[in-house]
Ligand binder design. Structure first.
Ligand code: PLP
Length: 231
């Protein structure tokens, strides 16, 4: 079956990148990015022992959570509007896309109400692309210090969406920069901040990202095929 072959292919590539970088496969979590895809396809991948799925829309994620198995770890990887936060707090394993204090405070408010702790990543716009969300590299440390004060949030690391490039080597330098930034932040030993997760690398560049230290790769097209947004 095509989906299963795709997944095998991705797993082989991850293994190759790990070997090249001298890393263990278990240091890396593969997130199957299932946005726009029907639950039947997610179930097929779930049956291959994948438990981490990424979605970028709140409504779509909530609908899928309703019908798919309870042991899935759901990753919110898309830009999050504050008025939608209440629908996902308590349901996500990790929110990858926190890029403002305003958003963090809303997550704090909803988490306090539900008496849960929410794990988050801070999204960095490493290439400073106009079209992308995320905070600038230079502002990241300050934002992290502010978010660290919020008792119901736990900052686990950084996330970035690298530029769309033909040649993944073109993103290597960005991955290095993010990795260095996370090392620098970790060295500050801020309470409530761990920096153990680096979420970087998508279908076009996850092998390079792994070589440069990614601990989570977010692969959509490589597993599920092209997305059609017109349906
Ligand atoms: C869609 C998406 C992905 C997956 O992209 P592919 O190129 O299909 O692998 C990864 N991360 C984020 C934040 C996304 O929105």
């Amino acid at each position: 079956m095509e989906l299963i072959d795709n997944l095998k292919n991705v797993e082989e590539n991850i293994a190759k990148a790990c070997e090249k970088a001298g890393r263990n496969r278990d240091e890396i979590t593969l997130i199957a990015v299932s946005k726009t895809k029907p639950v039947e396809m997610l179930q097929t991948i779930y049956d291959q022992n994948i438990r981490d799925f990424g979605e970028n829309k709140v409504q779509e994620m909530c609908d899928k959570i309703e019908v798919l198995p309870d042991d899935i770890r759901w990753h919110m990887i898309g830009h999050l509007q504050t008025n939608k936060v209440k629908y996902i707090v308590g349901k996500t394993a990790l929110i990858h896309s926190v890029d403002s204090l305003h958003l963090a405070k809303e997550i704090e408010k909803q988490a306090a109400k539900k008496d849960v702790t929410v794990s988050i990543l801070v999204e960095v716009n490493i290439a400073e692309e106009e079209s992308k969300f995320g905070i600038r590299k230079e502002e990241t440390m300050e934002l992290i210090r502010q978010i660290a004060e919020l008792p119901h949030l736990h900052i686990e690391g950084l996330m970035t969406i690298a530029p769309f490039v033909e040649n993944p080597e073109d993103n290597r330098e960005y991955f290095r920069q993010i990795r260095q930034l996370s090392v620098d932040i970790k060295a500050q030993n801020i309470d409530n901040v761990s920096m153990d997760i680096l979420s970087m690398g998508m279908t076009g560049d996850y092998m390079v990202a792994i070589e440069e230290g990614a601990t989570m790769v977010r692969v959509g097209t490589g597993i599920f095929g092209e997305r059609n947004y017109n349906i």
